[in-house]
Design a protein around this ligand. Structure first.
Ligand code: OSB
Ligand code: MG
Length: 367
């Protein structure tokens, strides 16, 4: 039997500003969701929408509203299995980021009730996961310095945020120093199909992939571009749900997909994308959202599944935060993260940090 759901609004400054083609981020808000059962066991989820709609339509405030007004009131104490959430959530169109936070909290709770590590529920087989990191700098020299630091930690994949104005400058400087670095770029939809010269030059840097070069909702244009490129396209922003992934694969809009559980609606959708992509030989990696330790722990569990063959945005807690809200913090050692053998998401709440970052709390008893 379920008891209550608690929403905590938190915020924390980033250690360094996060520069990308769409804007600059210096501060992160999130909603931390706790689902409690009658035995006092808690499951944890995190809403990874941003404070404003620069990257997805949803924001922290739209998520809070939809959770409070629609998703939480649709739940009841007798909810037996997290699988049943899909049907309940289908009464609300879209709002996948709000749904994801809540669904993730239920899966964590369920796996704790079953006394199992979460990743084992879904057949995850890896005990460690290869880690990738993002370079989101406004200066080539600083980007090179960051790569040097991350190389010392052994990261297996380097994703550089670029715009049409700086892509060649960044990538040629990096390739000059690191000929064989596993390198990719993320354009965050800032390129246009007629940037022919830019694509021709990028194609010569043996990049692992170009992430979301074109508009966030244009699968046809990506399909057109992929025909002209040697370098694989990876879709990020475009993959908002299982159906979008299915459509992108059918249209050959990308050769690789980035799965962000926090954006596609949680575990059920992420698993559907995983299974479908494996059937169609589309390699996957797990995308990050500059999130706190709870969402990272869910992502890490997702990345243990067989279809996730490319190192994702799985970086140490210390990449973004002075202190994370979980303990132990997520730590990359020799380019890998060990998957916890503990039940659920495999980490505890660091209450000192969580309380310090919390701006607002509301608890909803379940009827
Ligand atoms: O486009 O992949 C993106 C972070 C926030 C919003 C969008 C993106 C990102 C990242 C991932 O690049 C960073 C991370 O969490 O490691
Ligand atoms: Mg991206």
């Amino acid at each position: 039997m379920l008891k209550s759901i608690t929403l905590r609004m938190i915020s924390a400054p980033l250690k360094q500003p996060f520069y990308n083609a769409l804007g600059t981020l210096t501060e992160r808000e999130a909603i931390i969701i706790e689902v409690k059962d009658q035995n006092g066991i808690s499951g944890w989820g995190e809403v990874v929408a941003f404070s404003s709609p620069w990257y997805t339509e949803e924001t922290i405030k739209t998520c809070y509203y939809v959770l409070k007004e629609y998703l939480i009131p649709a739940l009841h104490q007798e909810l037996k299995h997290p699988h049943n959430l899909q049907k309940i959530f289908a009464t609300v169109r879209g709002h996948y980021m709000a749904k994801s936070g809540l669904e993730c909290a239920f899966w964590d709770l369920y796996s704790k009730q079953q006394k199992q590590p979460l990743y084992k529920l879904f057949g995850g087989s890896r005990e460690e996961v290869e880690a990738g990191v993002v370079i989101a700098s406004n200066d080539v020299k600083k980007a090179l310095q960051q790569i040097e630091v991350y190389q010392a930690e052994g990261y297996k994949r380097y994703k550089v945020k670029v715009s049409p104005h700086n892509a060649i400058e960044y990538i040629s400087a990096i390739r000059k120093e690191y000929e064989d670095l596993p390198l990719m770029v993320d354009a965050n939809s800032s390129f246009a199909l007629d940037n022919q010269e830019l694509f021709r030059r990028l194609d010569d840097f043996h990049l692992m992939m170009i992430e979301q070069p074109l508009e966030h909702d244009d699968l046809l244009l990506h399909s057109e571009l992929q025909k002209q490129l040697k370098t694989p396209i990876c879709l990020d922003e475009s993959i908002t749900s299982f159906n979008m992934a299915k459509n992108a694969i059918a249209l050959q809009s990308a050769k690789i997909l980035c799965v962000k559980m926090g954006r596609v609606g949680g575990w059920s959708q992420a698993l559907a994308i995983h299974n479908y992509s494996m059937q169609h030989d589309i390699p996957l990696w797990c995308g990050g959202m500059i999130e706190f330790g709870i969402s990272r722990a869910h992502n890490l569990a997702l990345a243990t599944l067989d279809g996730f063959t490319i190192p994702g945005d799985i970086s140490s807690s210390s990449r973004f935060w002075e202190e994370d809200i979980v303990e132990p913090e997520l730590t990359v050692v020799n380019g890998k993260v060990k998957v916890s053998a503990e039940i659920g998401i495999g980490c505890q709440i660091n209450w000192t940090v969580l309380n310090k970052l919390t701006n607002y709390i509301e608890t909803f008893p379940l009827k």
